[in-house]
Design a protein around this ligand. Structure first.
Ligand SMILES: C[S@@+](CC[C@H](N)C(=O)[O-])C[C@H]1O[C@@H](n2cnc3c(N)ncnc32)[C@H](O)[C@@H]1O
Length: 309
């Protein structure tokens, strides 16, 4: 008996390249452009346009009409070193996915360590029966404040000088369904900032701008797309705004309250010295970030005002 002939579906003549071929070509293009993670980004852009998790691309069928063109356009934006997060409109941070948009600093994975230390402190306080209050200065899109609110029961107040950042942080908080976190416009240099919370804050977090004026970032994604307001800390050493955070923390933290502040690797010693010179802190130390670099100031508010340890 002759084997049964199964009907073979007709192959359209103009299918164009399949998804795998398109992702491979995009990877090559992004490699040539010096993009640090070309394959990852090529896959992430495809998944974003198809509305699929990246893992599902393996089993995805043929891409829909118009995909090849929109994929080429999006890959070209990445080739010109627009941040991946601007192209896909979001970024992952600890347990949340945050909206990201041009004009607001893109949250970095390194900052997850700072958020984690804040979460640990809040949980320890809550276990002791307290209802902790957290202030996140220079909040940007809200990665620290929103994470603390999602992972703990703390009340969180986020502050930024940029109205666009505050609006985005508030949208991120709403998207995570966290009514106990609010976002307000304010300047960390203002001695009246959050004056109603003076001496009442349990944990104060900040990832302020800290780049010195003569140290232009090398990566085009940062140099050309993060706002200057988010990068440059002011003063010859870039530490004017971090010093303003220290002043605000000394005023806002309750006795025993915890300060957590990110800075550049080379600034660890100077920031510790600034904290020591700012009345009211003890237990001043530097913790490593995700990559092991010393980038995180930790200090506690003394019990009495005006006595630095
Ligand atoms: C390095 S970004 C960090 C944003 C966010 N904390 C994060 O980790 O993604 C610094 C933020 O500080 C804000 N900023 C700059 N100057 C400020 C000031 N004087 N007072 C309050 N916020 C300020 C910027 O708008 C920016 O959102």
């Amino acid at each position: 008996m002759r084997p049964r002939a199964w009907p073979v579906p007709p192959v359209p003549e103009d299918t164009g390249p399949g998804l795998t071929a398109m992702v491979t070509a995009a990877t090559q293009l992004l490699t040539q452009a010096g993009v640090p993670s070309p394959r990852h980004d090529a896959v992430a852009i495809a998944a974003h346009l198809l509305g699929l998790p990246t893992l599902s691309l393996v089993t995805a069928g043929p891409p829909p009409d118009g995909f090849a063109r929109s994929y080429a356009e999006a890959v070209d934006r990445r080739r010109r070193r627009e941040p991946l997060q601007h192209i896909v409109g979001s970024t992952a941070f600890r347990y949340v996915t945050l909206l990201v948009e041009p004009g607001v600093f893109v949250p970095r994975p390194e900052t997850e360590v700072l958020a984690g230390l804040a979460v640990d402190e809040v949980r320890a306080l809550a276990a002791g029966g307290l209802a902790p209050l957290v202030v996140d200065l220079c909040c940007g899109a809200g990665p620290i404040g929103v994470s603390v609110a999602v992972e703990t029961s703390a009340t969180v107040v986020m502050v930024d000088r940029s109205t666009q950042a505050v609006d985005l942080a508030a949208r991120n908080a709403r998207a995570c369904d966290r009514p106990q976190v609010s976002a307000v416009v304010g300047d960390v240099r203002d001695p009246q900032l959050l004056s109603e919370l003076t001496g009442r804050v349990d944990v104060l977090t900040a990832n302020p701008p800290y780049i010195p004026p003569d140290a232009e970032p090398v990566d085009p994604e940062v140099r050309d797309h993060d706002p200057d307001l988010a990068l440059y800390g002011g003063g010859v050493d870039g530490l004017d705004l971090p010093r303003a955070v220290l002043q605000a923390a000394a005023r806002l933290l309750r006795p025993g309250g915890l300060l957590l502040m990110e800075h550049a690797e080379v600034q660890a010693q100077a920031v510790r010295a600034d904290a020591a010179a700012t009345a009211g802190f003890i237990g001043i130390r530097t913790e490593p970030d995700l990559t092991g670099r010393p980038r995180l100031l930790v200090a506690r508010r003394t019990a009495g005002t005006g006595s630095a340890a």
